[in-house]
Design a protein around this ligand. Structure first.
Ligand code: NAI
Length: 268
């Protein structure tokens, strides 16, 4: 049985992923802001360092896999925080944990992107560049400035551009990184899952109940006529983390009930 780290383990997809791994008999080190083996704020450099140190201590420095699930949604008012949590959180943690993934002959890593990266027409190219360059300070300043110029009509999703852009850049980082010798030739795989609308506290917020949700009235098409459940994502997290998945790296899997296919039928 293996040892896995899962961020965002206190809620939603991260909780479902951790539960699925534990049910299969694996050890899981959960990381979250609360209710986790390691409590840490992945939105800050100190929090990421603390998280990495604690995961390495609790795992004995050897990991079979890491699922970087923690993240926030476009409803968070602070676009700079969205950039820090959704992009720098997983990237810095995976960079710090990579050596532990190498130790047992090659581990597995998966990050959670979003189908917003391909379905929201608000990707900010300048922000993509700053994120991929690793310049957190400049990325935060740019995200905050760009947010101020967005139309008021976007009040319910004030960080939609920073959100979609953070997930776009994360998926690109995963593809760029997966094929470097430090990952690919050391047996470590790195893939992205891009979920669509999944019923979690991130999606429903504190005011909405599940009964308020109608797939046919959703702003983006929902061809399957259903919303996703955390277990729908945990299923794929477990596949990407399994030892048998060694020939799959740099891949992006959209799990969204058909939204992306409906909106971009010609994209490959
Ligand atoms: P959730 O809100 O149920 O779970 C997210 C978890 O991440 C929470 O436990 C939260 O405490 C943790 N987290 C947030 N900020 C953190 C920080 N600074 N440090 C440490 N932990 C932090 O949400 P859900 O839906 O399970 O989200 C999981 C991932 O899926 C996120 O990356 C989200 O952006 C992404 N996503 C969600 C979609 C949805 O429709 N629910 C759609 C596409 C992507």
């Amino acid at each position: 049985m293996g040892t896995y780290a899962v961020t965002g383990s206190a809620s939603g997809m991260g909780a479902a992923s951790a539960a699925r791994l534990r049910e299969a008999g694996h050890e899981v080190v959960g990381v979250d802001l609360r209710d986790a083996d390691v409590t840490a704020d992945l939105g800050t450099a100190d929090g990421r360092r603390h998280a990495a140190d604690e995961v390495l201590r609790l795992s004995g420095g050897v990991l079979d896999g890491v699922a970087a699930v923690a993240g926030v949604g476009p409803n968070l008012p602070d676009a700079a925080a969205v950039a820090s949590i959704n992009y720098f959180g997983p990237v810095a943690l995976l960079d710090a944990l990579r050596p532990a993934l190498e130790r047992d002959g090659g581990g597995r890593a998966v990050v959670i992107g979003s189908n917003s990266a391909t379905t929201v027409p608000m990707i900010d190219d300048r922000l993509v560049g700053l994120l991929l360059a690793g310049d957190e300070e400049a990325a935060r300043a740019h995200a905050a400035g760009a947010q101020r110029s967005l139309p008021a009509a976007l009040a319910t999703s004030p960080s939609i551009s920073a959100y979609a852009t953070s997930k776009f850049a994360l998926a690109r980082w995963a593809r760029l990184t997966a094929v470097t010798p430090e990952w690919a030739r050391r047996g470590i795989t790195l893939n992205t899952i891009a979920p669509g609308a999944v019923v979690t506290p991130l999606m429903t917020g504190s005011t909405m109940s599940e009964d308020d949700l109608d797939p046919d009235a959703f702003p983006t098409p929902m061809p399957r006529g259903i919303f996703g459940r955390p277990a729908d994502i945990a299923f794929w997290v477990a596949q990407f983390l399994s030892p048998e998945a060694g020939f799959t790296t740099g891949a992006l899997l959209t799990v969204d009930g058909g939204t992306d296919a409906a909106m971009r039928p010609d994209a490959q």
